[in-house]
Design a binder for this molecule. Structure first.
Ligand code: GLP
Length: 243
């Protein structure tokens, strides 16, 4: 595990975008594993800036997203499809045919998950997987006590996750209760894993995940065993380590 310590969210976002850009420069047809949530928004903004400045080309980049809510149409502004279009895909020259998310509108969970695993396999795996960190240590939507050997699967979201994500919806009742997510096995198979973490509210779980025991009760803790895991975190998120 390598830790890149940054001053704040902005600094974290610049550095994470630099790392992603270096992967694209070295392998123009790389497969990026992408994430949603507020943590990577700044990273995407910096990637867009590099593209606008003529310093980064997404023409042959391919992508697979971590997760998608079950039952939300792509047109719903809270769907992760919408999020990706809004924050990145519509702002760079990525070929939309090369972008992939689980199909949240497929009601048959087995079918949706198998199809997504086939897509990931057909692309030859993920070169760099970007991740945020949930307050309960979840990655993607792999909630506490998910087995480490899962590929794409359907999850029941925990109360904590529903509560944390309700800020994006009109009311808590609108937050979907289920999602399709890449499994931890798939995440661990990525060649590089890059996690962005910012803010004091993540400090406790960051310490638990990366300086505590590796346990399914803190899903992100498995990343301690990843051979190429980079944690880009700001001072607030790292503040519990100094204690
Ligand atoms: C959601 C997403 C995760 C994300 C997490 C943290 O549950 N499925 O991929 O990492 O939220 O979000 P945030 O970055 O907004 O704290």
């Amino acid at each position: 595990m390598r830790i890149v310590r940054t001053k704040n969210y902005e600094d974290m976002s610049v550095k994470a975008a630099d790392l992603i850009a270096s992967v694209i420069l070295l392998k123009p047809n790389c497969v990026l594993g992408l994430a949603t949530g507020s943590s990577p928004i700044g990273t995407y903004q910096n990637l867009v800036k590099k593209y606008q400045d003529g310093n980064l080309d997404f023409n042959t980049v391919r992508s697979v997203n971590l997760d998608e809510y079950k039952g939300l149409p792509r047109t719903n502004p809270q769907s992760y499809y919408y999020f990706m279009h809004d924050n990145l895909f519509s702002k760079v020259n990525i070929n939309l045919e090369n972008t992939n998310l689980p199909n949240g509108m497929e009601p048959d969970a087995k079918k949706a998950c198998e199809e997504y695993d086939t897509v990931i396999k057909s692309m030859g795996g993920v070169d760099l997987q970007l991740l945020g960190l949930g307050h309960d240590g979840h990655i993607g939507f792999n909630e506490p006590n998910t087995e480490f050997d899962k590929t794409t699967h359907c999850v029941d979201l925990t109360e904590m996750t529903i509560e944390a994500n309700k800020r994006f919806f009109n009311s808590i009742d609108e937050v979907p209760r289920q999602a399709y997510t890449m499994g931890i096995q798939t995440i661990m198979e990525a060649k590089t894993v890059l996690m962005v973490v910012s803010g004091k509210d993540k400090a406790k779980i960051l310490k638990e995940a990366f300086f505590g025991p590796v346990t399914p009760s803190v899903p992100a803790s498995i990343l301690q065993f990843h051979p190429n895991f980079i944690l880009v975190a700001d001072e607030d998120a790292l503040s519990e380590l100094d204690k």
